[in-house]
Design a protein around this ligand. Structure first.
Ligand code: ADP
Ligand code: ASP
Ligand code: MG
Length: 444
């Protein structure tokens, strides 16, 4: 008997029929002898609907007091789901009880709309499990130190589930969603994308941070920090699929470099993309020490996260500095720069562009192979796509391009990876494992 956490996303909970299927699936795991904690999201579209209602009433920029109310509103979506799922399980003859975040409690900081989980009290959950019940806990929400309801940011139910699994030391956290695992890139945009049977934690972290929304980035951080075995799999398969089969389905996030996995890794180059970003350029700034701080300091003080930063080589004592940031923050950052920073640093102009996209190639195979960046640039050049910014880490390369080319860029990249992976190079017995990995990496 193991303690397992299941998480079901919005589509998986999207109708009462789907919720009944979730109940059948959970009941099957219970009958196989496991203890289950289930963390559902709101029914699909519900969080958007709730936030749109709030916007109708209060269209202006949100104050902190208003953000508190946003969380109060958005958190209700998950409360409906847990109640419905508990009822559906009871109808299946399985004892179950549902809790809102505050009832567990799942304690968070007070950063409304993007709160971080700080502590989970597992006493109540353990008592219910010991009494033979399935415990259903709202995803996406918690409670801060003053008793205010908070939410964890869009897609936050993933984080709730992994955090609950970490707190309870669950044997595994199964993230059920509307695709059957993690793919080399979003299978809805690129039909040629391939499903990965495993992905390293580092690759998953990069994919999530680069905009692949299959898992919320904080859930991946939790999985890594607490070594929670986490698997992404489909909720749309037959709910009565044998447990032994389901337990091997989808994509498992791995933590250590097994040489067999590394071989597979080398041919895989995941491609993530993000069109939620915008770019700001500060033109003709005096090229002197402290200038990046003078520009980015006030932006950071306003709690605006920046991502790719590029400063040009100076000429005639002047330079340009560009950076990307969340599209939602563009207007606020432009205002800060134009009102507070421009008069002070005496730059010529501050411009914003919200029609950009970031496309990134990810793979631990890059560590051992230097040519991947050049291949990516060649692919983009062949498609006539201009690169505006480049940023790299040990296992990823990101480029910022015009938004209208995003799908073309992702497709071009994936076409190359999948056509080459169908024809792996000859890896004869004379090659040792490490060289074979390199040989395969060359093909990505
Ligand atoms: P849920 O509601 O279950 O949380 P999400 O919509 O948040 O589901 O995440 C699943 C979606 O993530 C998929 O439908 C898919 O379109 C998208 N996605 C983006 N990148 C990937 C990827 N690399 N692999 C699989 N799915 C991806
Ligand atoms: N319901 C929330 C959202 O739509 C949380 C989640 O789905 O993970 O963002
Ligand atoms: Mg999600």
């Amino acid at each position: 008997m193991a303690l397992i956490v299941h998480k079901y996303g919005g589509t998986s909970m999207g109708s009462t029929e789907r919720i009944r299927n979730v109940a059948r699936r959970v009941a099957k795991w219970v009958r196989a002898g496991h203890q289950l904690v289930v963390v559902p999201s709101a029914m699909s579209g519900e969080t958007n609907r709730l936030l749109a209602l709030a916007k109708e009433v209060s269209p202006e920029k949100m104050t902190s007091e208003a953000m508190r109310e946003l969380d109060m509103i958005a958190a209700t979506g998950e409360q409906v789901s847990v109640g419905l799922l508990a009822l559906a399980l009871q109808a299946e003859g399985v004892r179950s009880v549902s809790y809102a975040g505050w009832q567990v409690p799942i304690e968070t900081d007070s950063a409304y709309t993007k709160a971080r989980i700080e502590r989970i009290d597992d006493a109540r959950v353990r008592a219910d499990l010991a009494a033979g019940k399935v415990v259903i806990i709202t995803g996406f929400q918690g409670i801060d130190g003053e008793g205010h309801v908070t939410t964890l940011g869009r897609g936050g139910s993933d984080t709730s589930a992994v955090a609950v699994a970490a707190a309870m030391k669950a044997a595994e956290c199964l993230i059920y969603t509307d695709v059957d695992g993690v793919y080399t890139t979003d299978p809805r945009i690129v039909p040629e994308a391939r499903r990965l049977t495993t992905i390293t934690f580092e690759e998953m972290l990069e994919m999530a941070s680069l905009g692949s929304k299959v898992l919320q980035i904080r859930s991946v951080e939790f999985a890594g920090k607490f070594k929670v075995p986490t698997r992404v799999l489909s909720s749309l398969t037959d709910p009565l699929l044998p447990v032994a089969e389901e337990a091997q389905a989808g994509t498992l996030i791995t933590f250590e470099e097994d040489p067999h996995m590394a071989m597979e890794k080398a041919v895989i180059s995941g491609v993530a993309f993000n069109r939620d970003e915008a770019k700001i350029t500060v033109h003709d700034v005096p090229d002197r020490p402290g200038i990046a701080y003078a520009i980015l300091g006030p932006v950071a003080d306003a709690n605006i996260e920046v991502d790719v930063i590029v400063q040009n080589v100076g000429h005639d004592g002047m330079t340009d500095l560009s950076f990307t940031l969340g599209r939602n923050d563009l207007a606020a950052a432009l205002k800060i720069l134009r009102d507070q920073v421009q008069p002070h640093i005496k730059c010529r102009e501050v411009t914003g562009d919200d029609r950009i996209a970031k496309v990134s190639a990810v793979g631990v195979g890059m560590r051992s192979h230097a040519g991947i960046a050049a291949k990516m640039f060649r692919t983009l050049a062949e498609e006539g796509i201009n690169i505006q910014m480049i940023s790299t880490s040990e296992i990823k390369i990101s480029v910022v391009i015009d938004e209208k080319y995003m799908e073309l860029a992702v497709r071009a990249r994936t076409r190359r990876s999948s056509s080459s992976s169908r024809k792996p190079p000859e890896a004869g017995p004379h090659l040792d494992a490490r060289r074979r990995i390199r040989a395969l990496a060359l093909e990505t």
